[in-house]
Design a protein around this ligand. Sequence first.
Ligand SMILES: [Fe+2]
Length: 369
Amino acid sequence: MSRMKWISHHRPALASISLVLALGTLGGCGSDAGSVAGSGMDQGGSVSEDPLLRFGSDGTFTIVHFTDTQDDHEIDPRTVELMEAVLEDQDPDLVVFTGDNVRSGPENPEEVRWAMDAIAGPVDSRGIPWLVAFGNHDEDHTPETGMNEAAMLEYYMGFPANVNQQGPEGVNGTGNVCVRVFGSDGSTPLLHVWALDSGRYSPDTIAGQSVSADGLRTYDRIRPSQIDWYVRTSREAEARFGAKVPGIMFFHIPLPEFDLMWENRENHGVTGEKNEDVAAGAFNSGLFSAVMDRGDVVGIFVGHDHINDFVGDYFGVKLGYSANVGFGTYGLEGDGADRMRGARVIVVPEDDPGSFETFMVYARDYGIR
Ligand SMILES: [Fe+2]
């Protein structure tokens, strides 16, 4: 992969990104994170472990959650502007993209790479470690371009500051990963950032029966092999480090528990908006049950439903949406359609990494409409 190619092929609207890239700090922490992570992995490349990925000297670890950028090689420049504004404002230690990173539109592999460059550029050029999970739309272009999730993952992993791994072998989904974050001294793992592939769609008809006739959504679900991997990896960390490592989990499609929490929102201290249905998969994966049993994951964050941004505490685990960051896809209806474009910020304190604060920041906060 050639960065020069990226710069020279950017369309004029992205000239500012190209300039940042040309002048930016490719290298530093991000570069080390990418290279060391590649050699520090275990379990067939499902754990990203680099002592340089650590809490800051300010005693916090800040994650910015971008979801549903959902654009093509001619990305809406406001999406890039918003991402850059958030990064400048929040100065995150890690950025997580939770899928629908790219949508249909690209007609060849080069155009897919431009689309990926457009979202990776603002983060990677700043040397901020980042990773992606995949959503239901990331392969919409694949019939035309031939680039599937595995090929896209490989491309993302070629960026200096990317901390994705290939993912555990024999486990459903592309790029399932556990990113280990160390304390500010670089010696003690204090936080796991999990990213899972929540799949795309379930069949319309199963065993001769219509899924939608039951009023169910035909989205996919986290599979048992992924839950096994999570539990196994979590247990191994506990055995190795002598304590459970608090975790925050990210993926694209919400769990059915998100809807149950909203229905009983007063009981769970839910804040934020719900402007569309919780489009969970047709079948409950059991992931939430596994998380409750292990007792280490303290937050689960998703995208998928662009105009929901509610968050609450569901029996000890914070469940939350980020509203979407991409202007080039659906938002609210009518005037103010872009009112909720934004990103979620999660700030984890080093002295109590099992707790965190989280809030949304919106395009409107930065004068972007
Ligand atoms: Fe989406």
